[in-house]
Design a binder for this molecule. Sequence first.
Ligand SMILES: Nc1nc2c(ncn2[C@@H]2O[C@H](COP(=O)(O)OP(=O)(O)OP(=O)(O)O)[C@@H](O)[C@H]2O)c(=O)[nH]1
Ligand SMILES: [Mg+2]
Length: 317
Amino acid sequence: MAVERTTSELAERLYAGDKRALARGISMVENDDPEGWALVSEAYPRTGEAAVVGFTGPPGVGKSTLIGALVTHVRARDRQVAVLSIDPSSPFTKGALLGDRIRLAEHFLDAGVFIRSMASRGSLGGLSEATLQAALLMDAAGKDDVFIETVGVGQGEVDIIDHADTVVLVLMPGSGDSIQALKAGVMEIPDIIVVNKREHPLGDTMIREIKSVLSLGPKDGWRVPVLATEASRNEGVEELAAAMTEHREFILAEGTLAERRRRNLMNEVIALASFRLRSRLEDSVREDPEVRALLDRVVERRLDPASAARTLLERDF
Ligand SMILES: Nc1nc2c(ncn2[C@@H]2O[C@H](COP(=O)(O)OP(=O)(O)OP(=O)(O)O)[C@@H](O)[C@H]2O)c(=O)[nH]1
Ligand SMILES: [Mg+2]
């Protein structure tokens, strides 16, 4: 007889911090498996405890190395940690995951560390959806810290960052991408800015440039610190960890954390609902002759697009 595994059994294992249960739950949500959604729904009341930090920045600036160093730092304080790296599957970052395996290698065997990568565009029609579910499961599994890594230069990374309590923008000196990120208004996003590879000759210049851009305006009363690190030698990592803690304390004290989470969760519900509506609509366009006939009438100029859309929305689908 096959062993029956109910969602609840899986949930119990998840709460106990079982890595395999967590891995399985994440795979289920990644594959849009209803059991995965049931698991998240069961585990949801247990979430909200983890400190979720998003790390974003151009390819190759040292995000993974920095996260690896931070993992060591938080483990020394006996905190449980999960790392979620979003693989953008871009030609520029080919091999990034293999690289992460190496950079995070020392942590793979640690029972207190869970490391997972996810494709940025999954079956769920967007990165944020599966990512949030994965982060929730990590939270429910008792992780104190959840670090999310995502590559970004412009606006694309904003949605993933929407799930973080604290956003760390990582840049490096002498990189066109980093300068572009500075100019692209990415400055609106971060709570902390890190210039990694600070040993680079242009390190100080970069820091000065960032500070002058920042002086244009504070963010919600929080002064965005600009830190310099050399992640590969563990330099400046203590200071970064301290800044992360300080930011968390600040948003907790100011009530910004609650506000931010409320906004993010509302956005999430709307995003989920829109995504589901959209796929139902697309299904009906494919499968429903009435809908196809409606679209044909638009093509034949007998019905205008807005009226057709209104008719579509009035239907039960
Ligand atoms: N010189 C120097 N090299 C570093 C430093 N930190 C990381 N590196 C190196 O920079 C390269 C890229 O580091 P990663 O940590 O993979 O960078 P990443 O931002 O995660 O890269 P992607 O995930 O591909 O976007 C690796 O070869 C690291 O060893 C640093 O402080 N100084
Ligand atoms: Mg990386």
